[in-house]
Write a protein of this length. Structure first.
Length: 650
């Protein structure tokens, strides 16, 4: 760069730093040190490396930027404001305040330009693996010789905390195995955590670890300037067979009296320290939220140049559409998330057999039926595809340099699977699902929670949903997991009672705007034999009446879910023999039922009639359905190792 441009770049970097300092100081909370340290990297990426358009932040052809170190949110908010996103300076001044678009950690869907919700460390890096995988899969399916219409990259900033968390290790291992060369992670090696130096608990060589994962590893020294950072990014861009980790040695709270200390991490610097640091930068000491005019122009021009690069990418679709009109329509449908018209007919054909079957097998049939008409459906399992029945026959397995498959092999990595599925969903172009045993939903709960927070359209196929799995014993028998999943706001949990309900559960999942968990049996369940239209309405509403005994108003309502609906039907027969009128209700989704209005709920659960809820899990959370004077029959203890019929008997 020329001397004047270099000076302007330094002023822009200091603008990012001082905006971050001022916002944290005004909020009286936050993390100033990392944005100060990483300002040169943010400047390099957003002015000279990445392709994006501040006026079209959702363009499917943009580069993705993931701030996995989400506590450094002011770094991202500062560059979003400066490069021209719809994030006015007043929003930065309202950092961490009620109603602002600048929350303490980045939130997807809340702030333009934020690709994923980060803060719980390691999650962003794992989301980014999903985004990079989604890009390669789209390119494999839709690109044609001379027409590279899917041609973007995923850039990540991660810190020491991200590298300590297990989810990042799981995801990075898979990314290396798959050779996701469009993924570049800048590792902020500042060697400071909240408790003090990382050496208290973390002395490994991260670069060598990533080399073992199969990554390309580069090192940028602490004396690096913008040119060095850009050169590292360009080297990552040239790498064609491996993801890249760039180890960047930085100084947290650079220029302040708290530099290289934990005091610069998670609290305001204080008014005196802010003034002193600005003095060190050669910045007006009393100025707050200062954006010099020349810096404002310089950064907006950088945003415009990036938009120009994106316009060139968008332009490729026109030539592609002319040469491959059918493929172009399919790509646009996939990126638009449109559900094919054949999905409903495909699901109508599932669950019509009166023969008993497990709901996991019924789910597998639904996956096969939908996959035949919905190219965007992709998914896999955490090394349990045969048990979860999640394989798409003939779909091929996604592997290095063979990204055209539809089956994802996550390995024994439930936590990373959850985060990667969210990344795929957020990227767009795919409707992902992932399977494991219900008991292992605990291993991926942080990823599930963030999917709910982001309303990411992911379907979790959780099989072996109760003591009904039998001999594997209490380590594999979920007891508290249904209640735990139902407790997550925005989460939809569906536990179908037969094959027809399972097909309808998939219908709900494919239309859901947020994550859906399907809880499915290993053991066979009898078909309830209800008219399909009735089942469809009932599952969509969360509950419906499957049987009435006697005539007149019921004396008792028996509510069951999943495998416990059949025992409720048996109990109703015994009650009928004793002259007691019973209504049996299948409630596949407490979540969906709770979203109905009072009249709809009362039509299923008439007020004043005693209710008994039956579920082979903890009774916790059923109090509202059982109601005053009602009862819940469940498990208040762990299971045991024995055949399933004996376990239910006991």
């Amino acid at each position: 760069m020329k001397a004047t441009e270099d000076s302007l770049a330094l002023r822009a970097i200091d603008t990012i730093r001082t905006l971050s300092m001022d916002a944290v100081e005004k909020a009286k909370s936050g993390h100033p040190g990392t944005p100060m340290a990483l300002a040169p990297l943010a400047y390099a990426l957003w002015t000279r490396v990445m392709t994006y358009d501040p006026r079209d932040p959702g363009s499917p052809f943009r580069d993705r930027f993931v701030l996995s170190a989400g506590h450094a949110s002011m770094l991202l908010y500062s560059v979003l404001h400066l490069t021209g996103y719809d994030l006015p300076l007043d929003e930065l001044k309202a950092f961490r305040q009620w109603g602002s678009r600048t929350p303490g950690h980045p939130e997807h869907g809340h702030t333009p330009g934020v690709e994923t919700t980060t803060g719980p460390l390691g999650q962003g890096l794992a989301n980014a693996v999903g985004m990079a995988l989604a890009e390669r899969m789209l390119a494999a399916r839709y690109d044609r010789p001379g027409h590279a219409v899917v041609d973007h990259r995923t850039w990540v900033v991660a810190g020491d905390g991200d590298m300590m968390e297990g989810v990042s290790s799981e995801a990075a291992s898979l990314a290396g195995h798959l050779g996701l060369s469009r993924l570049c992670v800048f590792y902020d090696d500042n060697r400071i955590t909240i408790d003090g130096p990382t050496s208290l608990a973390f002395t490994e060589d991260v670069g060598r670890r990533f080399l073992a994962y199969g990554w390309n590893v580069l090192h940028v020294p602490d004396t690096a300037g913008v040119d060095d950072l850009v050169a590292a990014a360009e080297a990552a861009r040239r790498e064609s067979s491996r993801p890249t980790l760039v180890v960047v040695r930085t100084h947290i709270g650079i220029g302040s009296g708290r530099q290289d200390t934990s005091k610069a991490h998670g609290e305001p610097l204080g008014p005196d320290e802010v003034r002193g640091t600005k003095r060190t930068y050669g910045w007006p000491e009393e100025a707050q939220f200062l954006v010099p005019d020349d810096v404002a122009r310089h950064m907006r021009e950088a945003g415009e140049r990036a938009a120009g690069r994106l316009a060139e990418r968008r332009g490729r679709i026109d030539a592609y559409r002319s040469a491959f009109p059918a493929e172009a329509r399919a790509l646009e449908d996939a990126l638009g998330g449109r559900l094919p018209t054949g999905v409903d007919a495909a699901l109508d054909a599932v669950g019509t057999d009166a023969k008993a079957t497990s709901t996991r097998k019924a789910s597998g049939a639904a996956i096969q039926a939908v996959a035949a008409v919905m190219p965007a459906l992709v998914g896999g399992s955490a090394d349990l595809a045969g048990s979860n029945v999640t394989t798409i026959p003939g779909g091929g397995v996604v592997q290095r340099d063979a990204y055209g498959g539809r089956n994802l092999a996550f390995g024994v990595r439930e936590h990373a699977m959850g985060a990667i599925l969210s990344g795929i969903a957020l990227h767009g172009g795919w409707r992902p699902f992932g399977g494991t045993f219900l008991v292992f939903s605990d291993y991926m709960r942080p990823s599930i929670r963030l999917a709910a927070l982001m309303r990411a359209p992911v379907t979790y196929v959780f099989t072996h949903d109760s003591i009904g799995l039998g001999e594997d014993g209490p380590t594999h028998q979920p007891v508290e997991h249904l209640a735990a999943l139902r407790a997550i706001p925005g989460m939809t949990v569906i536990r179908p009672a037969d094959a027809a309900e399972t097909a309808e559960a998939w219908r709900v999942a494919l239309r859901a705007e947020g994550p859906v968990a399907l809880a499915l049996t290993r053991q066979d369940l009898p078909a309830l034999g209800k008219p399909r239209a009735e089942v469809r309405r009932g599952v969509a509403a969360g509950a419906y009446v499957v049987r009435e005994t006697g005539s007149g108003a019921p004396d008792v309502v028996l509510v069951g879910t999943g495998s416990e609906v059949a025992p409720c039907l048996g109990a109703a027969e015994r009650l009928e023999a004793e002259g007691i009128r019973a209504r049996v209700v299948s409630m596949p989704s407490v979540c969906l039922f709770g979203r109905q209005d009072a009249a709809a709920r009362a039509a299923v659960l008439p007020p004043g009639v005693p209710r008994v809820v039956v579920e082979a899990a903890t009774p916790f959370g059923w109090e509202g359905v059982a109601g005053p004077g009602g009862a819940t029959i469940g498990l208040d203890h762990f299971g045991a190792s024995a055949p399933a019929p004996r376990l239910f008997q006991e």
